[in-house]
Design a protein around this ligand. Structure first.
Ligand code: GDP
Ligand code: IMO
Ligand code: MG
Length: 427
């Protein structure tokens, strides 16, 4: 039975949380496989609005087992805050499973994330300040702390010593900050062990056995294709693998078991943080998208940068992720425009690029080549079939689909669970 991957096609906040929740009742496991509490997913169910950061969006569906995979970096305080917040609202979080191999975001890495950004000045990335980059750097440097280390005081102490030997020096000598002591850090982490223990297991084994039993596993990416550390707009990226390949390494499910890749793509484009963004709008149209789409970060509250739909990016996402289906979200936000520009290629110093330029300088200098499509003024938030959409909205979907490299199976027309037009059932 299938393992299904959900990824973001652009720079994040495409509506992955809503899409995962939409599929929730039809899947047995929802696995977060990368990132940490840098993610922010808003899910609206009836009158209730949930903001999830670290917990997989499947937590909101009764009967679905949420899993934090080995590829995730875990801020344990945030984990318990989220669990407590949901329990207080009557959501059962007891089914949660956490990989013994996931890495822990230690306090010193949160500090390092923030001071590094300040140190970089105009070269900053605009991170979420949650300690994501330094924690993944420790993982690659082999000085990271894993969830399983919390259950062995001797090993934990050795590992914290190893990490602070280096990182303590960086904090004090480079950044003039106080470094926490080994004892203080160990004590803090050990303090979580008892409460964490019931959730921890070999999640790769759990998921492998679930697939053997023909159960359905949904692998939910945080961030998105252009924030992926390998395939994104490096260095203006996050520090994890947010594309479909990352679903395998971040969960322990092999590529041969994945048979569907769903990419979530917004009907326009947004970005939070620094970095290139060819279709970005600095004018009243950008403000229109921000206001209509309520484009303010779920995690940091920062206003999101807004621009038109970019088919070069969608095609790239389709290719890099092996997309089988797109979910086009927030089509309702475009209602009320005379014309809707769509970027179909880039002009870089007089040369046309139909594909993502491999050279970063070219992408920084890319000027969008636009086609202009007629807009619509009808409220589409109540539409539930493709035929109910006004002709101009249908044309927009079909135009974008023809240039994005995969079919558009679902169209979002509002934030609520039911506000979607299903053209091809996702499963
Ligand atoms: P994620 O990080 O990809 O899960 O996306 P976010 O939750 O950060 O941002 C997407 C926002 O758009 C959330 O506030 C959703 O409730 C909202 N949303 C999702 N789909 C739609 C849609 O089709 N229409 C509208 N108007 N809002 C949507
Ligand atoms: P979801 O899952 C949008 C961005 C940050 C910054 C860069 C690096 O909600 O789509 P980091 O803290 O990860 O080191 O920051 O990545 N970023 C996101 N932007 N949505 C997200 O997650 C993001 N997670 C990180 O703004 O530019
Ligand atoms: Mg988000």
């Amino acid at each position: 039975m299938p393992a299904i991957v959900i990824v973001g096609a652009q720079w994040g906040d495409e509506g992955k949380g809503k899409a995962t929740d939409h599929l929730g009742s039809r899947v047995d496991y929802v696995v977060k496989f990368n990132g940490g509490n840098n993610a922010g997913h808003t899910v609206v169910i009836g009158d209730e609005k949930y903001a999830l950061h670290l917990l997989p969006s499947g937590i909101l569906t009764a009967g679905c087992t949420p899993v934090i995979g080995n590829g995730v970096v875990v801020d344990i305080d945030v984990l318990f805050q989220e669990i407590d917040g949901l329990e207080a609202r009557g959501i059962d979080t007891g089914r949660l499973k956490v990989s013994a191999n996931a890495h822990v975001i230690a306090d010193y890495n949160r500090t390092l994330d923030k001071v590094t950004e300040r140190f970089l000045g105009s070269r900053r990335i605009g991170t979420t300040g949650r300690g994501i980059g330094p924690t993944y750097a420790d993982k690659m440097n082999r000085i990271g702390i894993r969830i399983q280390d919390l259950f062995d005081e001797k090993i934990l102490t050795q590992k914290v010593e190893g990490a602070l030997d280096l990182k303590g020096q960086i904090l004090t000598k480079v950044y003039n900050r106080r470094a926490p002591s080994v004892d203080q850090t160990v004590e803090e982490l050990l303090g979580h062990a008892d409460r964490l223990a019931p959730y921890v297991c070999d999640t790769a084994l759990l998921l492998g056995e679930a697939l053997d039993r023909d159960e359905v596993v949904l692998l939910e990416a945080g961030q998105a294709t252009l924030l992926d550390v390998d395939h994104g707009t490096y260095p203006f990226v996050t520090s994890s693998s947010a594309t479909a390949g990352g679903a395998c390494t971040g969960s322990g499910i092999p590529p041969t078991r994945i048979d569907q890749v769903i990419a979530i793509v917004k009907a326009y484009t947004t970005r939070v943080g620094e970095g290139p963004f060819p279709t970005e709008l600095d004018d009243d149209k950008g403000e229109f998208l921000r206001k209509q789409g309520w484009e303010y970060g779920t995690t940091t509250g920062r206003p999101r940068r807004c621009g038109w739909f970019d088919t070069v990016i969608a095609r790239y996402a389709a290719r890099i992720n092996g997309v089988t289906d797109f979910v086009l979200t927030k089509l309702d936000v475009l209602t009320g425009l005379e014309q809707v520009p769509v970027c179909v290629a880039y002009d870089v110093d007089g040369v046309r690029h139909d594909e993502m330029p491999v050279n970063q300088t070219d992408f920084h200098h890319a000027v969008p080549v636009y086609e202009y499509l007629p807009g619509w003024f009808e409220d589409i938030s109540h539409c539930r079939t493709f035929e109910e959409l006004p002709p101009a909205a249908r044309d927009y979907v079909e135009y974008v689909e023809a240039r994005s490299g995969a079919r558009i199976s679902v169209v979002g027309v509002g934030p609520e669970r039911e506000q979607a037009v299903v053209r091809h059932p996702l499963r």
